[in-house]
Design a protein around this ligand. Structure first.
Ligand code: NAP
Ligand code: GLV
Length: 309
């Protein structure tokens, strides 16, 4: 029985090396060199060709190469009864928290404005916003959101969070559910999106959401491009209601050359790099999950297909 690596846009060499380092006898195949389809029990995947996963009659687990599983769930032909597992990795959690902190600090210390001043050789002092006076609201208090919240709190920011079910994170004001969203938004000077992409969260960063934020609020989206209604962001920036945005994820990736986000003076673009999967750190949990599946145990970090995360 075998593991199949199915991630056509990801270089497989490093993955093969680090997975085999965990188990030198591992029967690992790289799509499309699958061998007999009935030998595949475990598929490791990222942005696979839709319809491909249903071709393996003995498949027991589909494992994401990332934290998100939206790329798997968008396949209309998912094989029924196969568990879907995600990654949970402390290095990726720290990397995301660093990214969010960097984006928040670049905003509060006005680095985006200093950069524009520099292009114009303009010497202009700008007073930073004090963390104590900045309320950061985090949508999603899961593995990523809760850690970013703690770090921002340590630096003195006022932090709040919003999740589907009630959460308790020390020192953080937490709201839950759609009815609490308005109250949560009304106090957030910086809105951070760390939600999974699901039917309920698709397009959640839209004009209605933006209108509820205080004047001059700043947006950080490091979750998925489909959370954001791009035209609504441009309108909110042009009207001055939002002061700027830092975006790591986009509806179309790579972001097309002609896209207005590239040259917008109030938007910082990063190329889906907030928290990159490192085969070195996650290979052990993947191989452990493969062993669990082979011995009849449920894999760790299984997602709820109905909830979508
Ligand atoms: P997670 O642990 O599953 O946490 C998700 C959080 O979102 C939970 O607090 C959940 O609420 C909340 N949530 C889900 N649906 C909601 C809804 N309808 N309304 C309100 N709250 C809702 O996820 P994670 O590990 O933190 O990852 C979040 C996402 O980040 C991933 O799915 C992925 O898309 C993205 N990501 C991006 C990068 C990057 O490099 N840009 C890297 C890694 C991950 P409950 O707590 O009540 O369940
Ligand atoms: C990256 O986007 C991930 O989901 O891990």
């Amino acid at each position: 029985m075998a593991m199949l690596f199915m991630a056509p846009k990801v270089r497989s060499d490093s993955w093969v090396k680090h997975l085999r380092a965990q188990d030198c006898g591992l029967d690992l195949r790289v799509w499309p060199e699958t061998g007999p389809a009935d030998e595949i029990e475990f598929i490791l995947c990222w942005k696979h060709p839709l319809g491909e996963l249903k071709k393996y009659p003995n498949l027991k687990c589909i494992a994401s190469l990332g934290f998100g599983v939206d790329h798997i769930l968008r396949d209309p032909d998912l094989p029924p009864g196969v568990s879907i597992a995600r990654l949970v990795d402390e290095f990726m959690v720290h990397a995301m928290s660093e990214y969010i902190l960097t984006a928040v600090l670049c905003h509060t210390r006005q680095f985006d404005r200093f950069q524009q001043d520099q292009f114009q050789k303009k010497w202009q002092t700008r007073r930073p916003l004090r963390p104590q006076n900045v309320r950061v609201g985090i949508m999603g208090l899961g593995h990523l959101g809760a850690d970013a919240a703690r770090l921002l709190r340590l630096l003195g920011f006022q932090v709040s969070g919003w999740s589907r079910t009630p959460k308790h994170v020390e020192g953080i004001t937490a709201w839950a559910g759609p009815d609490a969203m308005e109250e949560f938004l009304a106090q957030a000077n910086v809105l951070v999106c760390l939600l999974p992409l699901t039917r309920a969260t698709q397009g959640i960063l839209n004009s209605r959401t933006f209108t509820r934020l205080p004047e001059g609020a700043y947006l950080i989206n490091a979750a998925r491009g489909e959370h954001l209604v791009e035209a609504d962001l441009l309108a909110a920036l042009d009207s001055g209601h939002l002061s700027g945005a830092c975006l790591d994820v986009f509806r179309e990736e790579p972001l097309p050359e002609s896209h207005p986000f590239w040259s917008h003076p109030r938007i910082t673009v990063t190329p889906h790099s907030a928290s990159l999967t490192d085969p070195r750190t996650v290979a052990p949990q993947i191989v452990e999950n493969y062993r669990r599946v082979r011995s009849g145990l449920a894999p760790r970090h299984v997602i709820d297909i109905e909830k979508g995360y």
